[in-house]
Design a protein around this ligand. Structure first.
Ligand SMILES: Nc1ncnc2c1ncn2[C@@H]1O[C@H](COP(=O)(O)OP(=O)(O)OP(=O)(O)O)[C@@H](O)[C@H]1O
Length: 268
């Protein structure tokens, strides 16, 4: 079954990504700990939204729940993505449908070659979408175009996935994966942390050049500076497991200047 076909048939402009009253918890040493507490969020196709929020407010948890990490138990609410119940799908089905998560702390995979890993992932997604797989030559051509764009050495492709990569190199490798997988929804969890100023611009360019009607992104960040390069359509403030305020790019500027106090007080 080709997930994209089903999705395209069912999708309307209003149900690209709709998160409604989402509640999720994790087992904290035998005690359930609720992290997402009634979160609502809507991202239309083609839009880039940012989420900012104090440490521990549940931003990474949201990204894990959307991408299907199994430790989290959803206790209430729904997530509709391209007309489907996203929460009913396995992580690989979500990826095939176009969901991509760039991790805050990218995982090291000792013994796994970076290029092989990437080609396997790309071809798995292409198979699920009913597209032809890339052979070795086609893959190398495509990946080299991307490493060039991201100012990455091709040597990185020969190494083990993220093993010994610097913080910034890991983040660039995540963006390389994103560009190769061509998702329709990219969730970037603090992809800017650890990047030097030049790398920040390169990574932002890597995201901006994907912008179009078939690409949306949810950018989790603590800093306005990334949003100077990736101009978000909407900025959401998250606290205690909920979106407590949403607005335009000016929200990020206000937060940078004045902090969270105003929004936290208003939501209390
Ligand atoms: N496995 C776990 N066991 C216990 N508590 C957890 C677990 N995972 C997450 N939490 C808690 O859930 C809360 C939300 O964490 P999360 O990482 O989603 O926040 P965040 O908004 O992304 O924070 P930051 O901005 O610091 O990255 C935190 O208090 C965290 O300690």
């Amino acid at each position: 079954m080709i997930l994209n076909d089903i999705a395209d048939r069912n999708m309307t402009m209003t149900d690209f990504l709709t998160v409604t009253n989402l509640r999720a918890r994790i087992d904290d040493n035998g005690t359930p700990k609720e992290i997402l507490r009634g979160l609502d969020l809507e991202i239309p196709p083609g839009e880039v939204h940012a989420i900012m929020g104090p440490n521990g407010s549940g931003k990474s948890t949201l990204s894990y729940v959307l991408s299907g990490r199994e430790e989290y138990e959803v206790t209430e609410g729904s997530v509709r993505f391209k007309g489907q119940d996203l929460l009913a799908l396995e992580p690989d089905e979500r990826a095939a449908l176009g969901v991509f998560l760039a991790f805050q702390a990218p995982v090291e995979l000792p013994g796994v070659n970076n290029a092989n890993f990437l080609r396997t992932a790309v071809n798995a997604v292409r198979r699920a979408r009913g597209e032809a797989e890339l052979d070795a030559v086609g893959f190398l051509k495509a990946v080299r175009a991307e490493t060039k764009r991201l100012h990455m050495s091709d040597e990185m492709l020969k190494r083990q996935v993220n093993v010994g990569f610097s913080g910034g190199e890991k983040k660039r490798n995540e963006v390389l994966q994103m560009r190769m997988l061509a998702p329709s929804l990219a969730i970037l969890d603090e992809t800017d942390s650890g990047l030097d100023i030049d790398a920040l611009r390169i990574v932002a360019d890597g995201v901006n050049s994907l912008r179009g009607p078939d690409f949306s992104a949810l950018v989790i960040t603590h800093h306005q500076r990334l949003l100077d390069y990736i101009h978000p359509d909407r900025v959401h403030v998250m606290a205690q497991g909920r979106i407590i305020h949403s607005g335009g790019p000016e929200v990020a500027h206000e937060l940078e200047a004045k902090g969270y106090a105003r929004y936290l007080q208003a939501a209390a």
